[in-house]
Structure formats: structure tokens, C-alpha cells
Design a protein around this ligand. Structure first.
Ligand SMILES: NC(=O)C1=CN([C@@H]2O[C@H](COP(=O)(O)OP(=O)(O)OC[C@H]3O[C@@H](n4cnc5c(N)ncnc54)[C@H](OP(=O)(O)O)[C@@H]3O)[C@@H](O)[C@H]2O)C=CC1
Ligand SMILES: CCCCCCCCCCCCCCCC(=O)[C@@H](N)CO
Length: 323
């Protein structure tokens, strides 16, 4: 099995995977697709009505509904103690074992011009997008490492005969973590911070891999979707500055199904940082794009100034109620 699957760096069949924000949008699609590949799926979000509906959709997508298990847990992950409770509940549901993989997809966007945005929104965005993932990461990494310590202490010390599949901890950032623009000051920094946290933890994980060589290593990942056509995207467009809509109109957008599939494909191929469309992967990787982005930035600067001259420095015209 090892050989046959060795080119897949993200095997999920029979694994237990937690998806925060798994009750809608991208997280729900991720849940369905991982269930289709044989994973046991746990979803965590605040609204239990949405969770109950989503867990049925995920169950229906299962590869083998007889053997796979599914769980939904309501929690507000911006509360620092909630991930601790959630992981404890999952461990006891999972016969005392921690989940194999945690995918942090929970988040929200409150776009708007900087000075028009109340300070409380900046805090809320950091909590919703950054701290919800950080708290979960802190809890699950502690849990995994405590388990590794325990197992190593009680094991014979012999090297296992087959390679041990690593744990995966996955963050969901955005195109805007690489390149932000007018109207995204409440949001982009929260996603750039996630990428930075991922870089740090990815390196730090080497400590544990070296200290506990016979236990699963921890692999860190960040996904960078661009526009995803979800209900939340419709909602953010009802508050988004008009100039921001103008600047992002060149992005075609993707359905949550496509974003989930591209994300999983990137993980399966072993990528740490996964872009889900061409523009993002270009902006992410190539030195040439450094040069191109100078012109993209110049073009956007011109558009923003022209907008300011023609419409003034106001995010949304008050008479424009439709989104
Ligand atoms: N839509 C887009 O254009 C893009 C989105 N992204 C990112 O992708 C992720 C998914 O986006 P999308 O599918 O559009 O979003 P959705 O709003 O459809 O899904 C967000 C999920 O997160 C949950 N959630 C939100 N806040 C919390 C919280 N405090 N505690 C627990 N769960 C929470 C929601 O459930 P509930 O409200 O019940 O808690 C829901 O399940 C987000 O991180 C978003 O920032 C990235 C790029 C583009
Ligand atoms: C050849 C390269 C040219 C590059 C041009 C840049 C074009 C702009 C792409 C805008 C993408 C915006 C994604 C926002 C996703 C998001 O996270 C929000 N929807 C959440 O609020």
C-alpha cells in the first residue's frame, strides 16, 4: 500500500479529519470531497442548524456510509478555550485518539475603506480569521505532541516497519495574503498573518519530528483561494467599497467545489502553500510576477485615483442599496 500510494502526500481514506467552518461554503465542499475519499469527518461551526444540515450532506457524499463516521460540534472558535473542549470531545468520540488532520476553514470578511471601518471590526476580523485558527493550531499541536511523547515513552524504541503518515494542519488564507489592495485593510492582514504563522510552525515542527522520529510528523499547509462564489461572498459584496469591486472584477471566481478540489489536489501533490487558481499561483511563485505586479500595482493606483476624482473618497454611495 505504501508504495502504491507513495505519490499521494495527503491520503485520507480511514483518517479522521476536523474541518472548522465545515458547515458552509468551501469548508462544506472540502468535507464532502474528503468523505468521498473515505475520511471520517468532524465539522465545527457556531450555528447548529447549519451544522446538522451540512453533516447530512457530507454523510451522503461518503465513500462507504456503513463504516465512515461523522460528527458535528457547535463552537465559537474565537473563544480561546473552545478548541480545547472541541478537541477533547473529538478524542473521546474517536476512541481516545486525536484526529489525524485539522483543516481550519472558519473565517469571514468585512471589507471596507480603512477610515470608514470602526476599530471593533479590525479586532473582530483578527479574531474570526487569525485567532480562530491559532487557538485551534495551539490545541491540536499540543495534543499531537503529548500523544507522541506518551507513545514514545511506552514504545520499544524500534523503528516502525512502514513509514508513518504525518498529521496535517491546514490554514485557509486568501489571494489577498500575497497581494492586498484598496478596501481590504480589515481582512488581508489577518490572512497574511496566517501565512506567517504557517511558515513559523512549519519550521518549528522539525523540532518534534526530530525528537519523536517514530511518531507522526506534523505538516503545515496554507491554502490561498481567490474569489469563491459562496453566500458569504454575496454578503461581503453588500458592504464592499465600490472601488474594491472595480479592482477585483478581473478575477473570474471559482465555485467552492472547484476550490476544494484544487486545494486537495495541491495537498496530495505535497505542497505546503497551495494556490487554487492560475493568477494566485503566479503571484505566489514567480520572480517574474514581482515585475508584473509593479505594473498591476501601478494600474490599480491609477484606477483608485481616477475613482477618487470621479466619485470622491467614499466606500459606498448611500443611495445604492442593491448589491
Ligand atoms: N468567499 C471568498 O471569496 C473567499 C473566502 N476565503 C476564506 O475561505 C474560508 C471559507 O470561506 P467561505 O466558504 O466563503 O465562507 P462561509 O461563510 O461559507 O463559511 C464560513 C464557515 O466558518 C464558520 N465560522 C465562521 N466564524 C466562526 C467562528 N467564530 N467559530 C466557528 N466557526 C465559524 C461558519 O459557520 P457559522 O457562521 O455557523 O459559525 C461557516 O461554517 C474563510 O476563511 C474565508 O475567509 C478566502 C478567499 C476567498
Ligand atoms: C497576471 C496577474 C494579474 C493580477 C491582477 C490582480 C487581480 C485581482 C484579483 C483579485 C482577487 C481577489 C480575491 C479576494 C478573495 C477574498 O479573500 C475575498 N473575497 C474575501 O473578502
Amino acid at each position: 500500500m505504501g508504495n502504491y500510494l507513495s505519490s499521494n502526500h495527503f491520503p485520507v481514506d480511514g483518517k479522521t479529519i476536523v474541518i472548522t467552518g465545515g458547515s458552509s461554503g468551501m469548508g462544506l465542499s472540502v468535507g464532502q470531497q474528503l468523505a468521498g475519499k473515505g475520511a471520517n469527518v468532524v465539522i465545527v461551526a457556531r450555528d447548529q442548524g447549519k451544522l446538522l444540515h451540512a453533516i447530512e450532506e457530507i454523510r451522503q457524499a461518503a465513500k462507504d456510509p456503513q463504516t465512515q463516521r461523522f460528527l458535528q460540534l457547535p463552537a465559537d472558535l474565537t473563544v480561546p478555550t473552545e478548541p480545547v473542549r472541541v478537541i477533547e470531545e473529538i478524542v473521546s468520540w474517536n476512541s481516545g485518539n486525536p484526529p489525524d488532520t485539522v483543516w481550519c476553514c472558519a473565517g469571514a470578511s468585512i471589507p471596507g475603506l480603512f477610515i470608514e471601518t470602526p476599530l471593533s471590526d479590525f479586532q473582530a476580523q483578527m479574531n474570526s480569521n487569525y485567532f480562530s485558527s491559532l487557538y485551534m493550531a495551539h490545541t491540536i499541536m499540543r495534543t499531537w505532541i503529548q500523544t507522541a511523547q506518551k507513545n514514545q515513552a511506552s514504545s520499544s524504541g524500534e523503528k516502525p516497519s512502514s513509514p508513518i503518515a504525518p498529521h496535517h494542519l491546514i490554514f485557509t488564507a486568501s489571494f489577498l495574503a500575497f497581494y492586498s489592495f484598496t478596501g481590504y485593510s480589515p481582512y488581508s492582514p489577518t490572512k497574511a498573518a496566517l501565512r506567517s504563522l504557517c511558515d513559523t510552525l512549519s519550521q518549528e515542527a522539525n523540532l518534534y519530528a526530530a525528537a519523536y522520529p517514530n511518531e507522526p510528523a506534523i505538516r503545515l499547509h496554507t491554502i490561498f483561494p481567490a474569489t469563491i462564489f459562496t453566500a458569504s461572498y454575496e454578503l461581503e459584496n453588500t458592504i464592499k467599497a465600490d472601488v474594491t469591486k472595480k479592482l477585483e472584477e478581473t478575477d473570474d471566481g471559482q465555485t467552492p467545489e472547484v476550490v476544494a478540489a484544487e486545494s486537495i489536489k495541491g495537498l496530495e501533490s505535497g505542497l505546503e502553500l497551495v494556490s487554487t487558481n492560475l493568477i494566485t499561483s503566479l503571484v505566489q511563485r514567480t520572480w517574474l510576477m514581482g515585475l508584473v505586479m509593479v505594473f498591476v500595482r501601478g494600474d490599480m493606483d491609477i484606477k483608485v485615483r481616477k475613482w477618487g476624482r470621479e466619485h470622491g473618497a467614499v466606500g459606498r454611495k448611500t443611495d445604492d442599496k442593491k448589491a
